[in-house]
Design a protein around this ligand. Structure first.
Ligand SMILES: C[S@@+](CC[C@H](N)C(=O)[O-])C[C@H]1O[C@@H](n2cnc3c(N)ncnc32)[C@H](O)[C@@H]1O
Length: 259
């Protein structure tokens, strides 16, 4: 499949550094590496070269990839690309970080890799067919997309801690939309599921309330603010002065085998 045959992808929005920092802090306090990384270990542990698209801070490959494997990470956000570079040096990975978006994959002169991973990133939901056609030519053996599969919200890391009346999102599992949007010829060969929890520790209740008010009540409506605070009081887990908020997640790993 040639990239020239694909539809032109949409312009790429890139995360702001504060959102990236929040994500990385939270994902490192969560059981994501254990649960989703554990599943990926069973699927990809024998890889000798990995192309990791939308790599973030590298949490998942760091949990399963051999130090002898070549790891090419495509990550547009500067904060995350720097964190990833630090992780690679600190942990002794054979890592190359490319500061680019997936829409630029055709310009990067990449050789095909043994395996390709896209975990918890926007491409599969926004433009699944184009995304598949950009990634598949760069994969020799196995491609895996890890996508949200919980029935519930998926936009913000912690929106799953809220009821629908407060998060305001469509609750259809992303995996259902992705599979529906992919043509029958591009359906995955296997689907595996892992449950996990996104957890974030705030310094105190006021910091948690302030984060949720900014994110879910930007118009500062009094009734919404009161309802948000009351809900947080119910779900916040106290740990000394700190509070931890949990949001349940499910990831579906869509697998394509090319050999
Ligand atoms: C939810 S994070 C997932 C990071 C990592 N794969 C993980 O599983 O922890 C989404 C990542 O996609 C990156 N991203 C956003 N738009 C992108 C694009 N157009 N191309 C490549 N990466 C993108 C973000 O910067 C962020 O690192």
């Amino acid at each position: 499949m040639q990239l020239e045959q694909c539809a032109v992808p949409q312009p790429a929005p890139v995360w702001a550094d504060d959102a990236a920092r929040f994500y990385l802090e939270g994902i490192e306090q969560s059981n994501y590496a254990e649960r989703v990384g554990g599943l990926l270990h069973s699927l990809l542990a024998d890889t000798d070269s990995l192309l990791d698209v939308g790599a973030g801070g590298g949490t998942l490959p760091a949990s399963f990839l051999s130090r002898s494997a070549a790891w090419t990470a495509v990550e547009p956000n500067a904060f995350l690309a720097d964190a990833l570079q630090d992780l690679g040096s600190r942990e002794g990975f054979r890592l190359q970080v490319l500061r680019a978006v997936w829409q630029q994959l055709g310009e990067l002169s990449l050789q095909p890799h043994d395996t390709v991973l896209a975990a918890s990133m926007c491409g599969p939901l926004e433009q699944p067919e184009v995304f598949w056609k950009y990634l598949a030519p760069l994969c020799k053996r196995r491609m895996v997309w890890s996508v949200p599969a919980q029935r519930g919200p998926r936009q913000a890391c912690l929106s799953g801690a809220l009821p629908a009346a407060l998060h305001g999102e469509d609750e259809t599992p992303a995996v259902e939309l992705i599979l529906k949007r992919l043509p029958s010829s591009l359906q995955p060969h296997a689907v595996h599921v892992a449950d996990w929890t996104f957890s974030y520790r705030f310094a105190d209740f006021s910091a948690a309330d302030s984060w949720f008010q900014q994110r879910f009540n930007p118009a500062c409506r009094v009734s919404t603010g009161v309802a948000l605070r009351a809900h947080l009081e119910q779900v916040a887990v106290n740990d000394g002065p700190a509070v931890i908020i949990h949001a349940p997640k499910r990831s579906a790993c869509l697998v394509w085998d090319f050999q």
